[in-house]
Design a protein around this ligand. Structure first.
Ligand SMILES: Cc1cc2nc3c(=O)[nH]c(=O)nc-3n(C[C@H](O)[C@H](O)[C@H](O)COP(=O)(O)OP(=O)(O)OC[C@H]3O[C@@H](n4cnc5c(N)ncnc54)[C@H](O)[C@@H]3O)c2cc1C
Length: 737
């Protein structure tokens, strides 16, 4: 898979149909609008499920383009990449092919919150994605701009006020019909670009915005609530104009770790990897920002920008007098450009040049392309179901930045899931949801559809309550088997491999459990391991593997006849042993919560006339969001534990007509307490996480929320104490896309 040479762009273009007219008489199962990170995963996933799929994107050349930083993964985001890969998506393998600098962020913390990340070669990434689409059976790619959605009356047997039946392209008379449509238009919906005092229409530099007709269909015909967000990108700097002697080199990991479960190595060899560099802003940078505020219309807008990768203007205005990190990152193996992570800016180009030259390593730097800002429409995601289908509109799915998220990984994860469900709906199969107890994708979608967004949403490990179970190392066991057996988006060859891994891991765990010796005998076999001499109890191999200084290889060399057949999985076994006791307890809790979580709330409830004790405010929230499950209701802001108890009782009561749902008062009190605990647990996500770096906001790009404390259970685990490594990349991850 990794060694497959992607076809030249030209051959991709020639194989793609560029004329829409002959497609008009065709009927597709699924049409995907957009060829960014959400669109490519959606199209590929829909085709894998078996749907006849059409992907329409404005420009063939930009399919799979990395709009901003050429990087993939990071803390929380790396987990999403692993999960997309486990469900047979594209981005993990594309990252392994295009990566030029691999590192695991957060390595000083437990493996559950490690963040696999790679700096990418832009061109290689795009080529790989295009090559994959080209070889996906059942998928047609078309260059064109979608002007409007075809909307008709709903199917009366299903819920919804409208039905989407296809698309109409700009400059084409004939529509193209489909059972499901997935919209993944990114930053292009009513997009405006900002640089200095200039505002121009656009979705990304060099690309026109989505046609106004599309926004209009969403707002006016379908009546969807639409909001406005903004983001920005830094100037690209000519590499040879940088004085690297004034920056600190940041080497990659000596052994690159692939994202994909299918790959044992990356395309780029260890020694071929390129370094990144770290430098800092100076007081001169702040002075230039302040002096040019009147020339910078993007920064004067009210629209919400990304909290976790703010512009340099926002950073210096919010935290005056501080030094801010700037990472100088390569754009590709043969690229002459550098991406200055942390210097997103929207002032006029001449001021941008003045600003960057205030940084010592950039004192004679040249700008190749100036930075700019973009404002765009997003659809409030509480209007979506957990399948990412618009609740009020049959056949319409939304994924990616259009749902208020930011980042490639968030877009890819949603795209895959929307593509799966669009295909299942078209093929008359029930749509499916992922729970937050089984995946980060479930957490992401649940956060979006039940809480909505007020600013661009990015993933963090701290958003996942069950992060010790949802680890990057076990995404295949969590999702590949389900993806094949229940969802239908995983190939049989990947499934066979996941089954082999599961069985081999199980054999190894059984062997470790069966290896039971007294501590005296363990000390004889492992004289270098610090085991207490005071006690003489029986310990299994599994328990000994939990010791800080015991690796699986150590055990295998002591018991080669039993354990050496399993060394292939040394690291996975070590991680499994360390987390097992905690995960065991967590599994029980998950099972209990799942029962409550999955309790369906009827979609036709009239919350205003419901004869239970709910405040007007709670009724309004429930009516507006219409959560599909009790679990989703517990996470809504403004919903009290008492309201959850009343809802729980109401649903149970109406579900058991004729029976007495509430037996006696004690029972009710117990339910109250249970829901209260659930609610508090769900809502009490840690806020203060990680130390301050350079005094910034604890949730800013320089101090990610992911400097998370794993709690007493894992702090007690030897080898998994959180250490602080000042200046290390793991402290700055929040800003990476
Ligand atoms: C200037 C800029 C700065 C950014 N900065 C950051 C950042 O700092 N941090 C971060 O995490 N993320 C950032 N991003 C966002 C990141 O690029 C996105 O999160 C990610 O690309 C979203 O993926 P997507 O698939 O939703 O949309 P995109 O990758 O934007 O893809 C949208 C696709 O839809 C196509 N399209 C749009 N309208 C139509 C239509 N009507 N018909 C046919 N095709 C259409 C486009 O051609 C494009 O292929 C930035 C993006 C931009 C543009």
């Amino acid at each position: 898979m990794l060694t497959k040479k992607p076809p030249a762009l030209q051959s991709f273009l020639s194989l793609v149909s560029r004329r829409a007219s002959h497609l008009a008489r065709q009927r597709y199962d699924v049409i995907v609008v957009g060829g960014g990170h959400a669109g490519t995963e959606a199209a590929a996933a829909a085709a894998r499920v078996g749907a006849k799929t059409l992907m329409v994107s404005q420009k063939i050349q930009t399919i799979g383009a990395l709009s901003c930083n050429p990087s993939l993964g990071g803390v929380g985001k790396g987990q999403l990449v692993k999960e997309v890969d486990a469900l047979d998506g594209l981005c993990g393998r594309a990252g392994d092919y295009a990566g030029i600098h691999f590192s695991i962020l957060n390595r000083s913390k437990g493996p559950a919150v490690w963040g696999p990340r790679a700096q990418l070669d832009r061109q290689r990434y795009r080529e790989f994605i295009q090559s994959e689409l080209l070889s996906t059976p059942g998928l047609t790619v078309l260059e064109g701009s979608v002007e409007e959605l075809l909307v008709s009356d709903p199917n009366p047997e299903e819920s919804g006020q409208h039905r989407v039946t296809g698309i109409r392209l700009a400059n084409e008379v004939h529509p193209i019909s489909a059972a499901s449509v997935v919209l993944t238009t990114g930053t292009f919906l009513s997009g405006s670009l900002f640089m200095g005092q200039t505002e121009s229409p656009g979705g990304r530099i060099g690309d026109a915005p989505s046609s106004p007709g599309l926004s209009q269909t969403l707002r006016e015909t379908l009546g969807l609530r639409v909001g406005r967000l903004r983001t920005g990108t830094p100037p690209r700097i000519v590499k040879e104009s940088v004085d690297f002697s004034l920056a600190k080199i940041h080497p990659p990991d000596s052994h690159p770790t692939p994202f994909s479960f299918l790959n044992t190595r990356t395309h780029c060899k260890s020694e071929e990897q390129l370094p990144c560099y770290l430098t800092y802003t100076t007081p001169g940078v702040e002075r230039v920002v302040r002096e040019s505020l009147h020339l910078n219309c993007h920064i004067q807008q009210d629209t919400k920008g990304p909290r976790y990768c703010p512009s340099i203007e926002s950073r210096v205005l919010r935290f005056p007098g501080r030094q801010h990190q700037v990472w100088l990152e390569p754009e590709g193996v043969t690229s002459d450009l550098l991406y200055p992570q942390g210097l997103s800016m929207t002032m006029p180009p001449d001021v941008q040049l003045r600003l960057i030259r205030e940084i010592p390593a950039l004192h004679r730097a040249e700008i190749h392309t100036p930075g700019y800002g973009v404002q765009y429409d997003f659809v409030c995601p509480t209007q979506l179901s957990p399948a990412l289908q618009v609740k009020s509109t049959q056949g319409l799915f939304l994924a990616g930045q259009i749902n208020g998220t930011t980042g490639y990984e968030e877009a890819a994860a949603q795209g895959l899931w929307a593509g799966v469900n669009a295909a299942r709906l078209a093929l008359s199969m029930p749509t499916v949801a992922l729970s937050r107890t089984e995946s980060y994708i479930g957490v992401l979608i649940d956060d979006l559809v039940s809480r909505g967004v007020t600013e661009p949403y990015r993933m963090f490990t701290s958003r996942a309550e069950y992060r010790t179970s949802l680890r990057p190392d076990n995404a295949d066991l969590r999702l590949t088997l389900k993806g094949f057996e229940e969802v239908g988006c995983v190939s049989s060859s990947r499934y066979q491999e996941a089954v082999r891994v599961r069985d081999r891991l199980q054999d190894a765990l059984t062997a470790l459990q069966a290896l039971a010796l007294s501590t005296r005998n363990w000390r004889k076999r492992l004289p270098d391991v610090g085991m207490s001499e005071a006690k003489n109890t029986m310990l299994t191999g599994m328990e000994v593997l939990q010791y800080n200084d015991v690796s699986f290889e150590t055990l295998a060399s002591a018991f080669p006849e039993i354990l050496s057949p399993h060394v292939e999985f040394s690291q996975r076994l070590k991680i499994e042993a360390v987390y097992r006791p905690h995960c065991h307890l967590q599994k029980k809790e998950i099972e209990r919560i799942q029962k409550e979580e999955n309790m369906s709330l009827p979609q036709d409830i009239d919350y205003f006339s419901l004869s239970v004790s709910l405040s007007q405010e709670v009724r309004e929230i429930l009516d507006k969001v219409r959560p599909t499950t009790l679990g989703a209701a517990t996470r809504l802001q403004g919903i009290t534990p008492a309201a959850i108890v009343h809802l729980f009782n109401y649903v149970r009561h109406t579900g058991q007509k004729g029976k007495r749902a509430l037996r006696h008062k004690n029972n009710q009190m117990e339910l109250y307490l249970q829901a209260d605990r659930t609610f508090l647990r769900q809502d009490s996500r840690p806020v203060r996480l990680g130390p301050k770096v350079h005094g910034d906001d604890i949730r800013s790009s320089e101090t990610p929320q992911d400097s998370v404390d794993l709690g007493p259970e894992l702090r007690a685990v030897p080898g998994f104490r959180a250490k602080q490594h000042a200046g290390k990349r793991e402290m700055t991850d929040g800003s990476f896309n």
